[in-house]
Design a protein around this ligand. Structure first.
Ligand SMILES: Cc1cc2nc3c(=O)[nH]c(=O)nc-3n(C[C@H](O)[C@H](O)[C@H](O)COP(=O)(O)OP(=O)(O)OC[C@H]3O[C@@H](n4cnc5c(N)ncnc54)[C@H](O)[C@@H]3O)c2cc1C
Length: 455
């Protein structure tokens, strides 16, 4: 147990907790939580530190679940899906490998695999797909360690309205505000192949037809470099059974798993733009000479090209982000998306703000998870990024104003300035407060961020 400084991946927050610990197993985790609470310390868990907000920051006990990463249980379901229970600290990359070895896969993913499953679900991490929900919608049950050191297993099998079912709702997406997750049960699907297609299209054509594009593909991402006139759309579509069989026959691994497509699976955007050293070099130039940004963006946009390939689902969805940035992302009602994009584009063109990172656009289905940004509405997501060493305040303030006016809900793990007063119209915060008060009457699980956004 030691006190060591913790800094988020995006270099947005640093904290010096009084204690840090990495429990070996659930009983040790229970003892650590109970002891900290008895000593009057607050308790937070941290996953990969990939939230840009201060969600994982504490001055009390900071727990890493890095040693709780194993497969606890696998239950095959009659429809071919399966329920897998894993240690809550498992990183998505390790989880994807584990599932691939079992001929299984997550139904959907975000665009990286560095996060822990607990951290990812706790902030509402999502991918894209108009018929697909975020990661928390794939959670069927959790085990959660409460401030008194006890463990509760709760799931979507618990009776609606019961205390256990309500605890499940806040535990599967609730910023760690009702306890430390020790295990997560996910419903996963048989391994599948995706066809990834990148196309460069005129900006206005994509924006005018974005609704149709979202619905025409299983998953669709769109990116543009500020101030340029083209947009890259990146769709991932599931292969038909016959197409899958043909590809799988040539790609079976030893355990019947789908073999990696290797570097051929990397998208152009990923391999040539987002991940490689060139973007890093571009950012250094941009930071030193912001006036070069429009030219740099034009060069980056011109480098984008059409490309298509087929690979196992996780390989297609996961990109590598080696250049550090800060990010804000809002979920919007889908209908307002084109107007929001036009307004944001207008601001970027007229403000002269040097922004060398692409804007990203995604969507998800509506869901019923209490604190999900897609709760009760089909959602479009717009994310703005800035190189971590460049000023971002003016850009993020302007973008946030546009998003909020359009009824936006901030991603819980990405920078924003909303508070509980603003968020109350979007979420059942009284219900969340009731569940928190029942399991954590002394506020052991609070931090500045939960105080700000959950009350
Ligand atoms: C490069 C990059 C790409 C990203 N891409 C996406 C994307 O495609 N889609 C998207 O939606 N988001 C994305 N994000 C945001 C990211 O998925 C979330 O911020 C996520 O929470 C990070 O997971 P983590 O393991 O790092 O959690 P942390 O940031 O470490 O923690 C997040 C929250 O979870 C809590 N927590 C962690 N472990 C536990 C536990 N065991 N029990 C209870 N609570 C716990 C923490 O206390 C904190 O409140 C991205 C972030 C980065 C930096």
């Amino acid at each position: 147990m030691s006190a060591v400084t913790f800094t988020t991946w995006g270099r947005t927050y640093t904290a010096t907790p009084a204690r840090r610990a990495t429990p070996r197993d659930e009983p040790e985790l229970q003892a650590l939580v109970a002891a900290a609470a008895a000593d009057g310390l607050r308790v937070r868990a941290v996953g990969a530190g990939h939230s840009f907000t201060d969600a994982a920051v504490t001055d009390g006990l900071l727990l890493s679940l890095d040693r709780l990463q194993g497969l606890e249980e696998l239950r095959r379901l009659p429809d071919g899906n399966a329920l897998v229970t894993v240690g809550a600290g498992i990183r998505l990359a390790a989880l994807n490998r584990l599932l691939a070895g079992l001929g299984l896969a997550l139904r959907n993913l975000g665009d990286i695999d560095r996060q822990s499953i607990a951290g990812a679900i706790s902030t509402g991490t999502h991918g894209t797909g108009s018929r697909l929900g975020g990661l928390a919608t794939q959670v069927r049950g959790v085990r959660v360690v409460l401030p008194d050191g006890s463990v509760r297993a709760v799931s979507d099998d618990d009776a609606p309205g019961s205390a256990d079912r309500e605890l499940f709702e806040v535990a599967r997406l609730g910023l760690g505000s009702v306890g430390v997750l020790s295990a997560v049960t996910l419903e996963v699907v048989p391994a599948y192949l995706l066809r990834s297609t990148e196309r460069v299209r005129p900006w206005a054509e994509v924006v005018d037809g974005i609704d149709e594009l979202f619905d025409a593909h299983d998953r669709l991402d769109a990116y543009w470099f500020p101030g340029t006139d083209s947009m890259l759309t990146w769709s991932h579509d599931r292969l038909s059974a016959a197409e899958s069989e043909r590809h799988a026959a040539s790609r079976r691994g030893p355990a019947g798993a789908l073999r990696s497509a290797g570097s051929a699976a990397r998208t152009f955007l990923d391999s040539e733009v987002l991940a490689n050293g060139v973007l890093g070099a571009v950012m250094q130039v941009a930071a030193a000479a912001p006036r070069t940004v429009p030219r740099l963006n034009a060069v980056c946009a011109a480098a984008l090209g059409d490309r298509t390939h087929v690979a196992p689902s996780a390989e297609v969805m996961v990109t590598r982000r080696r250049v550090r940035f800060a990010e804000m992302e809002y979920a919007l009602p889908r209908a307002v998306l084109p107007d929001v994009l036009r307004e944001l584009d207008g601001w970027l063109r007229t403000s002269g703000e040097p922004v060398a990172f692409p804007v990203e656009v995604r969507c998800t289905a509506a869901d019923d998870v209490w604190l999900s940004t897609a709760r009760g509405r089909e959602s479009a997501y717009v994310a703005v990024h800035q190189f971590h060493r460049m000023p971002r305040q003016r850009y993020f303030d302007a973008a946030e104003k546009i998003f909020v006016a359009a009824g936006g809900r901030p991603h819980w793990g990405k920078l924003h300035t909303r508070t509980v007063a603003d968020l109350a119209e979007h979420y059942p915060l009284d219900d969340v407060a009731r569940v928190r008060a029942a399991v954590d009457p002394d506020g052991v699980l609070r931090n500045d961020y939960t105080d700000r956004v959950l009350g």
